[in-house]
Write a protein of this length. Structure first.
Ligand SMILES: NC(=O)c1ccc[n+]([C@@H]2O[C@H](COP(=O)([O-])OP(=O)(O)OC[C@H]3O[C@@H](n4cnc5c(N)ncnc54)[C@H](OP(=O)(O)O)[C@@H]3O)[C@@H](O)[C@H]2O)c1
Length: 315
C-alpha cells in the first residue's frame, strides 16, 4: 500500500488523533472508486470516522487534551495512521466502550437519526407503514431496532432468501420479503394492507421504479444509498400526477445541522454504544496494511456487520 502522509500539526480548533480503528463504510468505497477522486486525478486518503487517542491540540484548551480516548466524525482521511479532526466533531469515549464499538459509533447512529426524522416528516394520515430495502445491512439493523420505539409498521425487503432467514431469526415479528420472488411487490402490498406511504431505500438503480410503484399517492421515497445496479429514468417516475416526493438523506450533511440537534444525536449514539453494542456489529477487523483482504471481506454477500481497519496500540 502507498505511504500515507502524516497530516501535520493541528491548527487552532483542531486536534491530531492517532487512529487505532476505523470502519470501511460503503460510502468510503464510492469515494475511492467514484468520479470524485478519479476525475480529480489526485490521491485521497479515504475514511470519515474512527476512534483513537488525541496526540496534540491546535492550541492549549482546544478540545480534549492529549491522551484522551475519542471517537470522531466527520474527519476526512480516517484511514490514515493520524487524522486531523475539528474539536466539535470529536467525542471522548469511556473505557467501558470497546475500541471496535467506538470506531463505528457515530456514522450509522447519526444516519439513523436523520432517516427517522425524514420518515416522521413523510408519514401522514396516521398510516405508519415503512418498507426498507437492504434490510439486513448495519443501517437496516438499526432501523429494525428503532421501528418499535417509533411505532412504525416495518416491512423488510432483502435480495435473497438467506438474508431473509437471517432477518426472520433476528426480528421475528417483522415481515420480510425477498426480491428474488417474482411476486415480491404483491407480497409487500399484502403485508402493508395496500399501498405504502414511505419507502426507505439504500439500493436504488433499476429497483427504484418498482419501489415507486409501491407508494401510495402522496407517498415518499427516501433515498440514502446506491447499492444496486442499473437506473430508473426520473421523467418516467409519476412525481407530478401522484404527488410523490423523492427525498435524499446524507450523513455528509449532518455537520451542517444546528448544534443542539448534533448534541442530541451524539448523546443518542453514545448511549447506543454503551447500552446496545450488539447493534453496532463488527464483521471482522483487519490490520490497516491488510487492506486487500479487508476489501474482499466487505464485498462478501451475507456479511454481518461492518469491517474495521485497525492499527496497533503504540508501546
Ligand atoms: N446516506 C447516508 O448518509 C448513508 C450513511 C451510511 C450508510 N449509507 C448507505 O446505507 C447502505 C447500507 O450501509 P451499511 O453500512 O449498513 O451496509 P452493510 O452493513 O455493509 O450491508 C450492506 C447490505 O446491503 C445488501 N446489499 C448489497 N448489495 C445489494 C444489492 N445490490 N441489492 C440489495 N441489497 C444489497 C447486503 O445484503 P446481503 O446480506 O444479501 O449481502 C447487506 O445487507 C449503503 O448503501 C450505504 O452507502 C448511507
Amino acid at each position: 500500500m502507498a505511504e500515507i502522509p502524516n497530516p501535520g500539526p493541528p491548527s487552532p480548533g483542531q486536534v491530531l488523533v492517532r487512529v487505532l480503528a476505523r470502519p470501511i463504510h460503503p460510502g468510503d468505497l464510492l469515494g475511492v472508486r467514484g468520479p470524485a477522486g478519479a476525475a480529480a486525478g489526485r490521491p485521497i486518503t479515504p475514511g470519515v470516522e474512527g476512534m483513537g487517542i488525541v496526540e496534540a491540540t491546535g492550541s492549549p484548551g482546544d478540545g480534549p487534551p492529549p491522551g484522551t480516548r475519542v471517537a470522531f466524525f466527520p474527519a476526512p482521511g480516517a484511514w490514515g495512521e493520524f487524522v486531523l479532526a475539528r474539536t466539535e466533531f470529536v467525542v471522548p469515549v469511556t473505557q467501558d466502550v470497546p475500541a471496535a464499538t467506538a470506531a463505528l459509533m457515530l456514522v450509522n447512529p447519526l444516519t439513523l437519526g436523520m432517516l427517522m426524522r425524514a420518515v416522521e416528516d413523510a408519514l401522514r394520515d396516521g398510516r405508519r407503514t415503512v418498507v426498507q430495502t437492504a434490510a439486513g445491512s448495519s443501517i437496516g439493523t438499526l432501523v429494525n431496532a428503532a421501528a418499535h420505539r417509533h411505532g412504525l409498521r416495518l416491512i423488510n425487503l432483502v435480495r435473497d432468501p438467506a438474508g431473509a432467514q437471517r432477518l426472520r431469526t433476528r426480528f421475528p415479528e417483522t415481515p420480510v420479503v425477498t426480491t428474488t420472488d417474482q411476486d415480491w411487490p404483491d407480497q409487500v402490498r399484502a403485508a402493508a394492507d395496500g399501498d405504502v406511504p414511505v419507502v426507505l431505500d439504500a439500493v436504488g438503480g433499476e429497483l427504484t421504479a418498482d419501489l415507486v410503484a409501491l407508494l401510495a399517492d402522496g407517498g415518499t421515497l427516501i433515498s440514502y444509498g446506491q447499492l444496486g445496479v442499473g437506473s430508473t429514468a426520473l421523467e418516467a417516475l409519476p412525481l407530478t400526477r401522484r404527488e410523490l416526493t423523492l427525498r435524499g438523506v446524507s450523513v455528509g450533511r449532518w455537520r451542517l445541522l444546528p448544534s443542539e440537534q448534533r448534541a442530541e444525536d451524539v448523546a443518542f449514539a453514545t448511549r447506543l454504544a454503551r447500552e446496545r453494542p450488539e447493534l453496532l456489529a463488527v464483521a471482522a477487523s483487519y490490520d490497516l496494511g491488510d487492506l486487500a483482504a479487508a476489501l474482499d471481506h466487505v464485498a462478501r454477500p451475507g456479511k454481518d456487520g461492518t469491517v474495521l481497519l485497525t492499527s496497533p496500540i503504540p508501546e
